[in-house]
Design a protein. Structure first.
Length: 213
């Protein structure tokens, strides 16, 4: 479990407030409302809220990145609250429910990286690399409050039959048109994401139906 409060994040001559820098915590941590206890976000217009209450990333993805980058990565480098092992986080199904400690969490959406991840990594193009790698990790909703700590198991209690994964949603939102109809089957996606994809699909349909000059 990792938490952090907003603090100055500096890269080159630029400094911004960000909650991306987190640290592992010992003992049990309360998970309730729209946050993990001790964790906060700086820009609530794009971060945090019920559909981004807990961010999870996998140890296996850390190993992949470490190999590609040629260096080890510190815990919580990607700003996740919940670092897990043995769980395919990006392959999780939208609406899938996890029991972590005594908390019940629901997979809500992928992480779409912003410039602050590039600042964190010391590489302004890293957000593009992160998106292209299709290892987005998952944001989760808090369905039932509880507490969790290092060493707790992640029990997958329910997995929707539509099969739409976090990684597929990420690819769809980043422009993979062939996935739009499939991803729209995941009705537990945040309303804004569904509206975005429906609008894109409708717009493409209108273009294809338009008479040629």
């Amino acid at each position: 479990m990792n938490v952090g409060a907003p603090a100055p994040l500096t890269a080159g001559r630029r400094t911004v407030e960000s909650g991306i820098v987190k640290r592992p915590v010992s003992g049990r941590v309360r998970i309730e409302g729209v946050n993990v206890a001790g964790d906060r976000q700086a820009d609530l217009s794009v971060h945090g809220g019920p559909d981004k209450a807990v961010y999870s990333y996998a140890v296996e993805d850390y190993r992949w990145w470490s190999t590609g980058l040629g260096r080890p990565l510190d815990p919580a480098t990607f700003g996740e609250n919940l670092t897990v092992s043995g769980v395919d986080v990006s392959g999780a199904v939208i609406g899938e429910r996890w029991r972590v400690g005594t908390a019940l969490l629901e997979v809500a959406q992928p992480r779409l990286p912003c410039y602050k991840l590039g600042m964190r990594m010391g590489d302004p193009v890293f957000p593009s690399r992160f998106a292209a790698a299709n290892r987005p990790g998952a944001y989760l909703r808090i369905v039932e409050a509880g507490d969790a700590g290092a060493g707790d198991t992640v029990d997958i209690l329910d997995r929707p039959a539509h099969g739409v994964t976090v990684a597929e949603v990420s690819r769809a939102l980043l422009g993979e048109r062939s996935l739009w109809p499939h991803v729209l089957r995941a009705t537990r996606l945040p309303a804004g994401k569904l509206e975005t994809l429906r609008a894109r699909l409708d717009a493409e349909g209108a273009v294809s139906e338009a008479p040629s000059a």
